[in-house]
Ligand binder design. Structure first.
Ligand SMILES: [Ca+2]
Ligand SMILES: [Ca+2]
Length: 95
C-alpha cells in the first residue's frame, strides 16, 4: 500500500502541472490540506468545459482507463480518493 501511494505521489508530480508540483496540492501552495479539499469539492462532478471545471482537481483517471494515473477530464471519486490518500503528506521540494 505504501509503495502504491509513493508511486501515485511521484507520478502526480509530473502529471498534475496545472497548479501544483505534487499530486493533491490543487492550489499549488506546497501543502495538501483542507483548502485543496475545498477546491476539489467545488469541482466535484465537473467535466472538462463545464462551469465548475478545475483542471488542477483532476488528479487521476479511472482504474479502467488505459493509464489510470493520467487525468481523464473529470473530477470524480477517484480524484477524491487520491487526495484522501495523500492528505497531510508533505509535498517534496519543488524541482
Ligand atoms: Ca495545497
Ligand atoms: Ca479524474
Amino acid at each position: 500500500m505504501l509503495a502504491i501511494l509513493f508511486c501515485l505521489v511521484n507520478v502526480g508530480g509530473f502529471v498534475n502541472v496545472m497548479g501544483a508540483h505534487c499530486i493533491g496540492d490543487i492550489n499549488g501552495d506546497g501543502y495538501r490540506d483542507r483548502y485543496d479539499y475545498g477546491l476539489l469539492a467545488l469541482a466535484y462532478g465537473s467535466v472538462m468545459g463545464s462551469p465548475r471545471w478545475n483542471p488542477a482537481a483532476d488528479l487521476v483517471g479511472d482504474p479502467t482507463d488505459f493509464d489510470p494515473y493520467l487525468p481523464d477530464g473529470d473530477v470524480d471519486r477517484y480524484d477524491f480518493g487520491v487526495l484522501a490518500q495523500v492528505y497531510g503528506v508533505p509535498c517534496p521540494p519543488p524541482p
